[in-house]
Design a protein around this ligand. Structure first.
Ligand SMILES: Nc1ncnc2c1ncn2[C@@H]1O[C@H](COP(=O)(O)OP(=O)(O)OP(=O)(O)O)[C@@H](O)[C@H]1O
Ligand SMILES: [Mg+2]
Length: 261
């Protein structure tokens, strides 16, 4: 679980990026973080992955007080979380396979296990046929999927993605969100996705936290789909299903209350 309690963040230059933010995200949830530029979204992410520490309040992730971790322990904590940066940050000299494998090599995982897991995640992100390509031989969407494969290879409990659809066309955006949903479903990973993409949020509704000027201004669960409630209503109007026993009960009650003469 992620829990922020009364978190404020003031940068050294005096910018107050977050004010008294409190938030709980359960294991396995998929949430969007939205808000205008400069509102504090990336700051929130940096507090979650231990890049920044809160000025006050606490950031707890799976029971770990992230803001209190010693610098030397942050890398151990980061094994639990995967971050996909907007600019991918792939190693240009390494192939897709090697980029993903690298994330596991630094965990001292045995080679054979690494190869197995890399093949598994490349299949998951549909890049098995690009294993030997270098990043500059890939499309933007493929580079982004490589970055996702790298972030999830270590089986993080949380995957954080900052604007994962920022550079993608509508078709690729759709593929990307489908992929994130698949990771959430199949790997049981908690997803925190920062986005400006209203269309995506509308088509794939999820709990959405909106930040403005460092404050959480709304935290909404998705509304039930319109079509479904309309279907229900139509069904009720067309075919009122009232059993005879129900009618009798209503009549009996009406009699006993003296409403029917
Ligand atoms: N390292 C830093 N030092 C000082 N101020 C910073 C630092 N990083 C961010 N800020 C400031 O904190 C505020 C919030 O920035 P943040 O990067 O969290 O915004 P954001 O919501 O991610 O914006 P965007 O949508 O443009 O990515 C901004 O006013 C920004 O200028
Ligand atoms: Mg940002």
């Amino acid at each position: 679980m992620i829990e922020l309690k009364n978190v404020s963040k003031k940068y050294r230059n005096g910018t107050h990026a977050l004010h008294d933010v409190s938030l709980k995200v359960n294991d396995g949830e998929f949430i969007y973080i939205m808000g205008p530029t400069g509102s504090g979204k990336s700051t929130l992410i940096k507090l979650l992955d231990g890049e920044e520490v809160p000025t006050s309040g606490s950031v707890l992730v799976s029971g770990i007080n992230v803001g209190r971790l010693k610098k030397s322990k942050v890398y151990l904590y980061r094994r639990k979380i995967g971050v996909v940066f907007q600019d991918y940050r792939l190693l240009p000299e390494k192939t897709v396979f090697e980029n993903v494998a690298y994330a596991l090599e630094i965990l001292d995982m045995p080679d054979e296990k690494i190869r197995k897991r890399v093949r598994e995640v490349l299949k998951l992100v549909d890049l098995a046929d690009k294993s030997n390509a270098k990043p500059n031989e890939l499309s933007g969407g493929q580079q982004q999927r490589t970055a996702i494969a790298r972030a999830i290879a270590k089986k993080p409990t949380i995957l954080i993605a900052d604007e994962p659809t920022g550079n993608l066309d509508p078709d690729m955006t759709n593929e990307m969100i489908n992929l994130l949903e698949k990771i959430n479903r199949e790997e049981k990973t908690t997803l925190v996705v920062v986005t400006h993409n209203d269309v995506m949020v509308e088509n794939h509704p999820k709990r959405t936290i909106r930040i403005e000027a460092g404050h959480i201004v709304t935290d909404r669960m998705p509304e039930p789909k319109k079509e479904e409630s309309e279907v229900e209503q139509t069904e009720v109007e067309e075919e009122p299903v009232v059993s005879e026993t129900a009618v009798e009960t209503v009549e009996e009650e009406a009699y006993s209350e003296g409403e029917v003469s």
